[in-house]
Design a protein around this ligand. Structure first.
Ligand code: NDP
Length: 299
């Protein structure tokens, strides 16, 4: 039996609050003569998860008063044709932010596509220029998922200074930038960070030391109760579709954390769904508004 009272880090409520603020800022920016933020999204092939993610980004643009463009391409589009499309978007002054939904088909290089985006329109924050600026602590478009998690910690006034943060997973889009942001001299931030991956020895011992665990592994229920110290804060990035015969669809979404068994040990935890995923869209929209401000000729 554990004594700490768990609080849910509610992505839905937090995202609603932040989106309301973005909507207000956008209206004020336009009223001052600034340009309407415009996000252009590219989707290649018909991966149902990508369709769902892009669909919700476009709907959020409408909700916030942004313009949007959605371009769809068949799975067999060549890399050169896709790069050409990105160059057109780079040259189109109406567009402030460009996102190419990943994953791409195997014959197209993610790096080539990311590098082709104008860094001034890199609202996903994946371009090497954005990464470089982030590492140096300069003004940068932060990758949307870590940015969303930082917004969540800030929203709940969680003081991470001096905490030990264990990030499990080191992808370029989630784990590595999150480790960096948590270690920066900022609030949230100022944590001591351990970045774990497939070759980490004694992962359980590392996790047991953590005041904050960020789980970004892509394995359902990977972080179990015996890996979590009492009172820990858990941010679960994972989105995994598992079989569930009790559901009409036969499937359900779970995170990288064994939520049901871990939750009572935590001081704070994000649910899946309804946690980090909703914050990712906020990060993207914050970047797009910022890009529109950069592209407007007003103070
Ligand atoms: P990647 O597959 O790119 O990275 C997974 C990371 O986990 C790798 O660094 C890998 O290590 C590490 N890993 C894998 N197995 C182990 C293990 N047994 N022990 C320790 N580390 C391990 O995934 P992403 O970062 O792109 O995504 C992670 C999860 O988050 C996925 O479920 C994805 O769907 C979800 N996601 C959710 C988002 C959201 O908005 N909520 C946004 C993006 C992703 P190594 O480097 O050694 O291979």
């Amino acid at each position: 039996m554990y004594i700490c009272a768990m609080q849910l880090l509610d992505g839905k409520a937090t995202a609603a609050h932040i989106k309301e603020q973005i909507k207000k800022d956008t209206a004020e920016h336009i009223a001052k003569g600034g340009k309407q933020p415009h996000l252009a999204a590219i989707i290649v092939g018909n991966n149902p998860a990508s369709e769902a993610y892009v669909g919700s980004k476009i709907r959020t643009c409408e909700e916030l008063g942004f313009g949007s463009t959605l371009k769809r391409f068949e799975e067999d589009i060549t890399e050169e044709a896709l790069l050409d499309e990105i160059r057109h978007m780079n040259d189109n002054d109406e567009i402030d932010g460009i996102l190419v939904q990943l994953p791409l088909p195997k014959h197209i290089s993610d790096d080539a596509v990311i590098n082709a985006i104008d860094p001034g329109k890199d609202v996903d924050g994946f371009h090497p220029v954005s990464t470089g600026r982030m590492v140096l602590g300069q003004k940068a478009y932060l990758p949307a998922t870590p940015y969303g998690m930082m917004l969540m910690l800030k929203h709940y006034n969680i003081d991470t200074k001096g905490m030990h943060c264990v990030v499990v997973g080191r992808s370029n889009i989630v784990g590595t930038p999150m480790a960096l942001l948590m270690s920066r001299n900022s609030n949230p931030g100022n944590a001591t960070v351990t970045l774990c991956h497939r070759h980490t020895k004694n992962l359980k011992e590392h996790c047991l030391q953590a005041d904050i665990i960020v789980a970004a592994v892509g394995i359902p229920k990977f972080i179990t109760e015996d890996m979590v110290k009492e009172g820990a804060i858990i941010l679960d990035v994972g989105i995994n579709r598992i079989d569930d015969p009790t559901r009409k669809s036969g499937k359900r979404l779970v995170g990288d954390v064994d939520f049901d068994n871990v939750k009572d040990k935590c001081s704070y935890i994000t649910p899946v769904p309804g946690g980090v995923g909703l914050m990712t869209i906020c990060g993207l929209m914050m970047n797009t508004l910022e890009a529109a401000k950069e592209h407007s000729n007003i103070d």
